[in-house]
Design a protein around this ligand. Sequence first.
Ligand SMILES: Nc1ncnc2c1ncn2[C@@H]1O[C@H](COP(=O)(O)OP(=O)(O)OP(=O)(O)O)[C@@H](O)[C@H]1O
Ligand SMILES: [Mg+2]
Length: 350
Amino acid sequence: MFPLGKSKSTVGLDIGASSVKLVKLDHSKNGYSVSAIGVRELPPEAIVADEINDREAVIFNIQSLIDQTDPKIRDVVVSISGHSVITDKFTIDKKNGPEAEQAILFETEQRAPFDVDDVSLDYHVIKSDDETNKMDVLLVAARKEYLRTYLDLIEDCGLRPVVVDNDSMAILNAYEGNYDVDPSRVTALVNIGHDVTNITYIVDGLYSATRDVSAGTREIYNAIQKEFRLNPELTSKALKGEMNDSIDPDMFKATIISASDELVSGVELAFSYFKSQSKIESLDWLVLSGGGALIPFLPEYLQSKLNIPLELANPLRNVDYDPELFQYLQPEKIAPLLTVAVGLAMRKAR
Ligand SMILES: Nc1ncnc2c1ncn2[C@@H]1O[C@H](COP(=O)(O)OP(=O)(O)OP(=O)(O)O)[C@@H](O)[C@H]1O
Ligand SMILES: [Mg+2]
């Protein structure tokens, strides 16, 4: 959202609480193709929500991921999320240049829970209506101090952040880059991460709103670790279905389901809030992404509780790649996990 440079291929780097994901896409007239891809898990407490507790570990893991995938990478598109970032949409009278900026700054002041002088702003006009003389503006605002700390971390990895986006916009970007948006369906893109679940709503085929729910899969991870007395490495393996021989399947399912309550009710609450705010009767379609989409039983459980048709996001649906190249990773199996990184990498090469 804050453009800072140029390139032909684009690298999306998604630094999450449980792992760092990297996707490099080559942009051509024929579309996108993957030229590098990688995931590296972080120590369990290195990042909690948007707090970086162990900076050294995060830097080490990002550098190792770059070394494993493509050591020549310098320019990256990164994303920020959490309490220091707000995304909002509003309608104002049509204006241009400095006048538009003034009006947008005024609207931001009404919305941001922090002083606008401390804020970096970016905005897009998503719809402009000549008849009513109004325009819909999408705003992203981030606290400068938070942005600086984050950019310093990327730079200390030896990388150059060329664009800073946010998770909810990246998810939308990945969806629009891979699917024909059906304007007749009110759609929620739900990205379940380790600490945060980002929801992006699409109404009439256009971006409508976003909401971050402060719950993710960490509860599930912790419950599995405790129930089966596993170390972090084995906990991750269990969640990937690689421990099926040594743990009781009924107990495994029951543990996941009972640890999902906070997440499910957080999403339920966000949906009813959105429906009442936007005066929408029903949500018609869910597209699930993030690591949460891969946790056994979770998508089915979510669907049964919410009673809304659901599909798993495939952010590589419209993207060319040679499966042989990334064999050990099997991108098609972990595609939902890569959604934010793909959305970041789909940013237009400038
Ligand atoms: N292949 C897999 N199968 C099952 N679960 C997985 C798989 N890969 C990751 N997970 C689980 O997904 C969860 C993390 O999801 P994700 O990577 O989207 O979160 P994050 O981006 O690191 O966190 P956040 O966005 O909250 O900062 C973890 O609990 C992890 O165990
Ligand atoms: Mg994430």
